[in-house]
Design a protein around this ligand. Structure first.
Ligand SMILES: Cc1cc2nc3c(=O)[nH]c(=O)nc-3n(C[C@H](O)[C@H](O)[C@H](O)COP(=O)(O)OP(=O)(O)OC[C@H]3O[C@@H](n4cnc5c(N)ncnc54)[C@H](O)[C@@H]3O)c2cc1C
Length: 383
């Protein structure tokens, strides 16, 4: 066969598997540097696994504002983003703590296809720079330059609940209680007449519906949750620190690499950062492992320590944390410090690493005769 006949129509282009945040941000950086880019997306649209979900773009890991950081990196902020200054947290006993920050603690953004979503804004920016996005295109092999951005490959945590319409005011509410969300937290987010209520659990997947039911009841009682037209929604997160974030010679970004906030699952900014680093590694011939290990690994290791401390603290610890930190300090600054690598966290990391176990081994889910979100396949599109 002649060489030309073996070539595909994306020859010469950088191929990216996955039009999530990580894949699209990588595509944008590459396209702006003049590279031809083809993004393959297995689904028929962007953000298919989120479909109208609300998520928090955290604003505490950097002093610089999260939206300004995006702009400084050259990404659009042309999506609906609700700055969240005030919210309410509850401890397991139902005690209420008002959260009040000088800067937004996070920005509430919508995920999925459609106007105003983060995914749609990144898609439009990528396309305007000449990136070709092929939908219903599941990439199975790459021959030339490429980036793997195909999302989570395991369920270390799941967030399950409902999307709904409501007359409630905009806002956010959180409950730290293992009876509602084992080793995690329950949350309620409302933006512009729509909302999501979820149990984000790090264990107990098998009893997912039980925890969702309790979460809904708790928010009805504590926050006056009102849902119209509730639709079930859930997804999973994959948290790990890989030895190498190369698959063969291709960089992996976002959750495909396991890059996540191991404490609470705020993975969007890590998806952006890793997308940028992978693109730079291709553009400048730099070693991607060296880049992410320098820029991202210390923060992710710190989050592993935070996760282990959070898990061990249990119900008593959640109450103590809320009482001492939320009500008495600027929680944004407190969280920023807790997420920063420090000598004490570095010292604790080897201990935390031994204690942190992927919840894939969660004894409550043996993946046999199980209808949890992971086993249903709602979170990852099976190959
Ligand atoms: C319910 C839920 C709530 C969350 N809340 C928050 C939050 O509040 N704040 C926060 O920061 N983070 C949150 N996260 C985490 C955050 O959504 C993720 O960390 C982030 O979206 C990961 O982006 P990604 O690009 O790595 O992967 P994804 O967004 O999963 O994108 C991967 C894409 O690749 C496609 N794909 C898969 N295989 C292939 C293939 N072979 N070929 C082509 N395409 C393929 C998929 O269809 C998908 O579109 C939440 C996650 C869930 C599930």
């Amino acid at each position: 066969m002649h060489n030309n006949q073996q070539k595909t129509d994306s020859d010469g282009a950088v191929e990216i598997a996955g039009a999530g945040i990580a894949g699209l941000t990588a595509a944008i950086v590459l396209a702006r540097a003049g590279r031809q880019v083809v993004v393959h997306e297995a689904q028929k649209e962007v953000g298919a696994r989120f479909g109208g979900d609300f998520q928090g773009l955290e604003n505490w890991t950097t002093r610089e504002d999260a939206l300004q950081s995006l702009e400084a990196l050259g990404f659009t902020t042309d999506f609906t983003a609700l700055p969240c200054y005030n919210g309410t947290a509850f401890d397991p006993a139902g005690n209420r703590y008002e959260i009040d920050t000088r800067e937004p603690l996070f920005y509430l953004v919508e995920r999925g296809p459609g106007p105003g979503t983060l995914d749609d804004a990144l898609l439009r920016q990528a396309q305007s720079l000449g990136v070709e996005v092929r939908f219903n295109s599941r990439l199975r092999q790459m021959s030339g330059d490429g980036i793997l951005a195909a999302g989570p490959k395991a369920a270390d945590a799941i967030a399950v609940g409902y999307h709904f319409e409501t007359d409630m005011e905009n806002g956010y509410w959180v409950i730290c209680n293992d009876e509602l969300a084992p080793k995690g937290y329950a949350y309620l987010l409302v933006m512009n007449g729509r909302g999501t209520v979820k149990s984000c659990m790090f264990s107990g997947f098998k009893r997912e519906q039980h925890y969702v039911q309790r979460t809904v009841e708790a928010f009805q009682h504590l926050a006056g949750l009102e849902m119209r037209n509730p639709r079930k929604h859930g997804g999973c997160g994959n948290f790990r620190i890989p030895r190498s974030a190369y698959a063969g010679r291709h960089p992996m970004v976002g959750e495909q690499a396991g890059f996540q906030d191991t404490l609470w699952g705020f993975g969007m900014r890590l998806a952006v950062s890793s997308g940028v680093l992978a693109a730079r590694s291709l553009l400048h011939g730099e070693n991607y492992d060296r880049l992410w290990q320098r820029e991202l690994k210390p923060q992710i290791e710190t989050s592993v320590v935070n996760r282990v401390l959070y898990t061990l603290s249990g119900s008593l610890g959640y109450g103590w944390f809320l009482k001492h930190f939320i009500s008495r300090s600027d929680i944004r600054e407190t969280l920023r410090r807790q997420y920063q690598p420090s000598w004490s966290k570095r010292l604790l990391y080897p201990w935390a690493k031994r204690r942190y176990r992927s919840q894939r081994n969660d004894v409550s889910c043996n993946h046999v005769d199980c209808n949890c979100i992971w086993c249903r396949g709602d979170c990852c599109i099976p190959d």
